[in-house]
Write a protein that binds this ligand. Structure first.
Ligand code: URP
Ligand code: ZN
Ligand code: ZN
Length: 465
């Protein structure tokens, strides 16, 4: 029996090895890897190309209502952008409103994604309310494959949880096998700084960064680690941006605590200087935590190499600059930076930006696989189904041309956002083909899939302590 798909002669990269070989697929799963003599119904020549496990972006916000607007990418445009960028699985965020049950929120997000998503998708649950009666519901969510919960130490009045709520949620995950994903910024301090800046007439986008100091992130990170230590559970920090916050993670890990963190490409490639671009252009980069001063990114790169940081996700949260599409845009904050919807597009750029770091010798190709695919799979209950290309895994495969440069632009991206944060940046490498569960989604850089291809990922509970 010939294989369904045979990928021949590529440089196959895993989290531990790099070798030239073939890869065979049957029924959407990797069937064999190595030197393969048998034939395939479809054969893809990968000589001179790099064969990678599909990217897993553990932090996206598609179709998310936030700060007076809804993200411009829904599950269809967002996941199409993901696929073109070599990402075949995402974990998005369902939002529990105050007073609402997790069940209600989850049903809502299932409706948003069902039949409209090109990539396989799971959900984290954003917790805004955690009374006693909600605790059993959290256990039920873990059983249903929603095994991670985001809490916020920022955004008072919208998402922010107090220490009581955070500690209760941490304690509950000790027993139910979930994991808390923490947005660590001291929201109370930031709120005072914002009110002061606005009262002084400091309304331009750069004040977004100046009112969210690194220390506010480091303090919250320290506090959350202490709370997790007292609860005796692992904790995961989302979108870690500040070198000082990373030092808190590093110190905790050095003490043997199960503390994990992701950073995002924007904190590796952009800086606070971008807020000072002419006119209102700095609004493109308004996100929280904010971009940090030049020099901070080198600390994060070192942390990625040293394993102080385990994952790179995107926090894709796209708003247009201009209203006039079907949603208000960042213009909402033209007179007051604190009203600029927070977030930026990213899901399509992550893999190539990081592959460029491989080409430049900043990280190895094996570390690339770890931080873009294997580690998010392990931390979020998708391993061994995803995150590697050994027999039995889903055949989520990216074929990358390491010699063909790619230039990021609004003109060629697939997000519905009306700007590209990396406009004009050229990287060494481009995505040629993408397969999801053995099905061609992108061939020779062109769309070949179905936007309804993605399936809900029921994730397993945490398997580490
Ligand atoms: O600015 C951001 N990051 N927007 C999305 C919400 C969040 O905190 O992840
Ligand atoms: Zn956040
Ligand atoms: Zn986010």
């Amino acid at each position: 029996m010939p294989y369904d798909l045979l990928i021949k002669g590529g440089t196959i990269v895993s989290a531990s090895d790099t070798f030239i070989g073939d890869l065979a697929v049957v029924n959407g799963k990797v069937a064999a890897i190595g030197k393969i003599a048998e034939s395939g119904k479809k054969v893809v020549d990968a000589r001179g190309k790099v064969v990678l496990p599909g990217g897993i972006d553990a932090h996206t916000h598609f179709d998310m209502p936030f700060m007076g607007a809804t993200t411009i990418d829904d599950f269809t445009t967002g996941s199409t952008a993901a696929i073109f960028g070599g990402t075949t699985s995402i974990v998005d965020f369902a939002i529990q409103k105050k007073g609402e049950t997790f069940r209600h929120a989850l049903d809502d997000w299932h409706r948003r994604a069902d039949g409209k998503c090109a990539v396989d998708y799971g959900f984290h649950m954003i917790v805004t309310d955690f009374p006693e009666k909600q605790q059993k519901e959290m256990d039920r969510l873990v059983d249903e494959g929603v095994s991670s919960f985001k809490l916020f130490m920022a955004y008072p009045g919208i998402f922010m949880s107090d220490d009581t709520t955070i500690f209760r949620a941490l304690l509950r995950t000790r027993d139910n096998g979930g994991i808390i994903c923490m947005h660590a910024e001291n929201g109370s301090v930031i709120d005072v700084l914002i009110q002061k800046a606005i009262a002084e007439g400091k309304t331009a986008p750069e004040w977004h960064a100046l009112t969210r100091p690194m220390t506010a992130e480091a303090e919250a990170t320290h506090r959350a680690i202490a709370l997790a230590e007292m609860a005796g559970v692992p904790i995961y920090f989302v979108h870690l941006s500040a070198g000082d916050a990373m030092e808190e993670v590093r110190a905790a890990r050095a003490r043997g605590l199960p503390v994990f963190a992701e950073t995002c490409p924007q904190y590796l490639y952009l800086s606070e200087d971008d807020y000072r671009r002419p006119g209102f252009e700095g609004a493109k980069f308004v996100m929280s935590p904010p971009l940090r001063p030049a020099g901070n990114s080198e600390r994060l790169w070192s942390g990625l190499v040293r394993n102080d940081l385990q994952v790179v996700s995107t926090d894709h949260c796209s708003f247009c600059m201009k209203a006039g599409t079907n949603q208000p845009g960042k213009e909402l904050g033209k007179k007051d930076f604190s009203k600029i919807p927070n977030g930026a597009p990213g899901v399509e750029y992550r893999m190539l930006l990081l592959w460029d770091a491989v080409q430049k010798g900043k990280i190895t190709e094996n570390r690339f696989v770890e931080i873009t695919s294997a580690n998010p799979a392990k931390l979020f209950g998708l391993y061994p189904r995803k995150g590697h290309l050994n027999p039995g895994a889903d055949a989520d495969i990216v074929i990358l041309d390491p010699n063909k440069p790619f230039t990021f632009s609004l003109k060629n991206h697939h997000s519905a956002a009306d700007y590209n944060p990396y406009e004009g940046v050229t990287v060494k490498g481009s995505i040629r083909d993408v397969f999801s569960r053995g099905e061609a989604m992108v061939l020779d850089g062109k769309w070949a899939g179905k936007t309804s291809h993605g399936k809900f990922l029921k994730r397993t509970p945490r398997s580490f302590n």
